[in-house]
Design a protein around this ligand. Sequence first.
Ligand code: HQG
Length: 176
Amino acid sequence: MNIKSISKFLSLILRHSPEKIQLTLDAHGWADVATLLKQCQAHGQRFTFAELETVVAENDKQRFSFNEDKTRIRANQGHSLEVALDLPLATPPEFLYHGTVPKFMQEIRARGLQKMNRHHVHLSENLDTATSVGNRRGAAKILRILSGQMHRDGIPFYLSVNGVWLTDEVPPKYIQ
Ligand code: HQG
């Protein structure tokens, strides 16, 4: 398997559907590495611990982390599964960005940004990242979020270890 396809498969397993390979995650989203390798192999996804290390180190968005002794692994964010990531509260910059597509705009203007299937709304510090997130679905529409004001209004923000800003929702009045 190449690094990209391992990464894609791991996103599916560690964020959404570990049961697809009869794997269980703990309450904090961690999987046992030896069990993961074994179960992947049993389901036709054969790769080595060294390849897994490369995926964690070189993944374009740093999607995964090991624990200290590399016996456990988890996705850094993006889950649809209920897991407690215990992310630190953080003070966001004055503005953050969200990339979406025009067809969602009417609903976003009415209801604000909602987390949809994930745990949080995902926001980016820079326009380039927001643009590529939006471009996954069509021609990106970039929204500027008044994150500084949200924070001053007492709305919590979290920062994932791979630099994604997360919050529960963005009400319409904070969207430009
Ligand atoms: C939209 C990928 C209608 C929202 C990316 C988005 C990112 C609404 C979609 C990360 C809405 C949800 C997250 C509302 C939000 N009405 N549509 N009220 N509120 N939406 O995939 O932010 O490769 O759950 O604009 O690169 O697109 O997986 O969120 O279009 O970092 O690591 O509903 O996922 O990273 O889609 O992407 P998603 P997202 P990974």
